[in-house]
Write a protein that binds this ligand. Sequence first.
Ligand SMILES: [Zn+2]
Ligand SMILES: [Zn+2]
Length: 497
Amino acid sequence: MNIEIRRYKTTDCEKTAKLFYETVHSVNARDYTEEQLDVWASKDIDFEKWNKVFLDSLSIVAVCENIIAGFGNIDETGYLDRLYVHKDYQGKGIGEKICKTLEGFVKSEKISVYASITAKPFFEKQGYRVIRENTVERKGILLKNYYMEKRISMLAYTYEDSGKFVLKEKQVPKILNDRDAIVKVTLGSICSSDIHIKHGSVPKAVKGITVGHEMVGIVEELGSQVKNLKIGDRVAVNVETFCGDCFFCKNGFVNNCTDKNGGWALGCRIDGGQAEYVRVPFADTGLTKIPDNVTDEQALFTGDILATGFWAVRIADIKPQDTVLIIGAGPTGICTMLCAMLKNPGKIIVCENDSGRIEFMKKNYPQVITVTPDKLKDTVIENSSHGGADVVFEVAGIKDTFKMAWECARPNANVIIVALYDEPQVLPLPDMYGKNLTFKTGGVDGCDCEEILSLIEQGKIDTTPLITHTYSLKDIEKAYELFENKKDGVMKVAIKP
Ligand SMILES: [Zn+2]
Ligand SMILES: [Zn+2]
């Protein structure tokens, strides 16, 4: 159906007034009594007054088959006054078209509307949220409606240029694809990958994008093809977006999803979540519902560093009685350790150089052997039955840690490389000959979020000790300062929009 939207003219006055009367008395009749409908839209319409309201505001009509099928108006402050669609033209996308056009007229930070009981679901679908219930009195009769708002602009931390992130005012993201969701971020975090972007060491990062890829939030708007979610769901956002249909997705290798939005896109190639709202492509695979009794803080790392640790352990094949070595007690190292604990290995050794992190380990995980690099080899020998660790996770990614990893492994061990290196590493095959090691490398295939959240719910994984600091989004600059310079014993910073 062809819908033409044009500005309101005085000649539309009678037709729109009649449409208003008929719509209220038919469409709204299911939610209001006749008495209420009569005071809302009375038979004797003051056309002059009606016309003036529309001429004094930004008013449009929708024309279908030469008939005025709907109309709406908004003022410059973003107050959406009226939006009505003819009773015979409902459910054809006309209301949505009018709404979007009106929203496009104003430059205000938000749009507000008093929606009837009947119109509330429509406005919810357009991304409006109920702020409060309201009662209007007309000629002594009370009518219930809802005061609703939709945010148009928001704060977003932006990758401006190499070495420069800036907190900016941006448009709230819109659904671009049927499989998208808009998520209102309720808690986010800063990851070391964000720092890599800031310093220009992530070549695929696009300047101008909003950074941030670790967050949880509430589903605010959904594309028409999203199947497993509903508006209002609390969700953990996956660092990777993936189609679920390609060869790699079907085999669980979602990091290599071949879709252009596949893999690590959020906060790198497309706008991320150090903002008030984020658009998530492939919402059905990229968002996981958070169980009711799991808090935002508990769920915060599900989609990124915890998914990374979980994936690393999944491919490591840890057996009971194994000695597991983890190099690096940063946030990802600790997440890897927490996931390794689920396999009940004989011993876990964590190697760390930073005194603050060693202290953190000893305080929170006294059951783990924490050791400095100079004592590593001896400690591993002392604590393993076959001359080295059975499984090694390299999560540090700094000078010499790769060498440490394979040297501390026993023959035939699995060495899992989780770290992201800034420089090439040497694989000295002659020295390794006969040791018959298995190396596994890569970036997380983040497709276990549901299982991770279930383990959190059961109390089997708890990453909340990692949140050592919390900042509001408007103070994110300070949060970066702290995180980047590893001040004040920081592990992870939570960001509250
Ligand atoms: Zn990350
Ligand atoms: Zn895919």
